[in-house]
Design a protein around this ligand. Structure first.
Ligand SMILES: [Zn+2]
Length: 48
């Protein structure tokens, strides 16, 4: 299966470097920037 029509969905799929699970991206108000969080490992890291 080949999927070449990914242009509409440009949301970055970032994977956890630890468990390779797709992380969630959220805006951290105190940090004033985007951060990623892995729900499996519970790790949290900056994305900027
Ligand atoms: Zn993880």
């Amino acid at each position: 299966m080949v999927d070449l029509t990914l242009d509409e969905d440009k949301t970055e799929k970032i994977k956890c470097m630890n468990c390779n699970t797709e992380i969630i991206k959220y805006y951290h108000e105190e940090y004033k920037g985007y951060r990623g969080k892995c729900l499996i490992c519970k790790i949290d890291f900056p994305l900027d």
